[in-house]
Design a protein around this ligand. Sequence first.
Ligand code: PLP
Length: 483
Amino acid sequence: MTEVNLDPEDWESFQDLGTKMLVEMMTHLKTIRDKPVWQPIPDSVRSTYREPLNEEPQHLSDVYQEFRDNILPYALGNIHPRFWGWVIGTGTPVGVLAEMLKAGMNPNLGGGDHSANYIEMQVVEWMKEIFGFPRDASGILTTGGSMANLVGLTVARNKKTGHDVRNQGIYTTRPPVVYGSVETHSSVQKAIELLGIGKEFYHTIPVNDRFEIDLQSLTQTIETDKEAGLRPICIVGNAGTVNTGAFDNLPELAQIARQENAWFHVDGAFGAFACLSSSHKDLVHGINQADSLAFDLHKWMYMPYDIGCILVRSEADHYKTFTLTPDYLAHETRGIPSGKKWLSDYDFLLSRGFRGLKAWMSLKTHGLKQYKLLIQQNIDQAQYLTDKVKSNLNLRLIAPTSLNTVCFQFVPHDKGLPIEEVNQMNREIVLQLHEKGIAAPSYASLNGLYAIRVCITNHRSIRPDLDLFIQSVIEIGQNLTSV
Ligand SMILES: *Cc1c(COP(=O)(O)O)cnc(C)c1O
């Protein structure tokens, strides 16, 4: 009787090929600056993405060759030094190795007494320390900021809706309301919809000219809602909005939330890490007053996808929201099902990958000091770019640069073009920069203006990259205006 498995038949040649993959990937990372940031996928390559599933095995070396030819060159581009689109991190070589080691160990962090669970808890402890959360606060690693927002808002809903939501559901004669500025990330709205609160009860508040929540408008809306018989349960504050990197007044929001007996959730996806900079750490003042804080490690901490984190001030609230222990998951005091803490008691997920390893390895290897330098470096680069924009007659800054995000337009100063035409031209500039593989900014719509948006969460960027980018924006812009 032959029994089969998925291990290599010839371990030695398998290891050789694996070593080759590792060496080639490191070479790819080492030489990434020489390559286009992005390139369109040719039709001939695109067709290889839609092949029938094979019944017979293929040689790993052939499959790898396909990866090299058809997959690797047509990547998103975010590991490139001139990628600054949306808010996307770069990853690191240390992260690559950590991901390999993690896949080799392949533990499931749902529960039990094994090292991986303790490493996730260790990373959460470090995060609490970074953000000044109390020692007895709770937290878990997540797939990213969206999931972190969902977990935080779930605890908020269960705690503040005024009845036992887990038992009775969301239905109530006094509907719960959540507040956040109009600049709040879409994942917050999605979470509110998913939690059964409903978009109608997500009251978005206007922002001032620095894109920060208008506090007066917030308190007025809360008053009106209470008079209408609604129940304010949660205020969401931004530590770095997605469009412009703006920070809401967190201490004031904390105070208002306390007065209203509402939960205070902060979305600090990338901006929370401004606390590591010497020049901008005051922006996050008050972040440690949050009842829950969501942030990402795959953005401004440069770790490979995917990894985010949610911190919850009250461990009891966090636990009560998610714990559920059927017989087949009974926790023991001995053997595999023992362990100090089962992470599945703090999350909707049962099976969990070992995300903590890349965070643990990265933080240990580079040290917090290196992250502090890099975050400051990105902020300084954003200021450098801002100064370049301000000093050029044909470029116009269209939002204040509060952190690492620069929003501007190319506007030929002597042409008097209508807004519509300028917007269209800047959109064309962004897309040409992508198609030519020069740089990858993204875009934002700010008060009706189309902004070229540069968000620097990239440890590989250097100032000459920004010089080349600006020079290309101007060249493309001038070509567009001369035709
Ligand atoms: C990116 C981002 C999110 C969502 O995080 P993901 O990791 O992409 O799920 C939420 N809020 C803000 C401010 C963000 O920048």
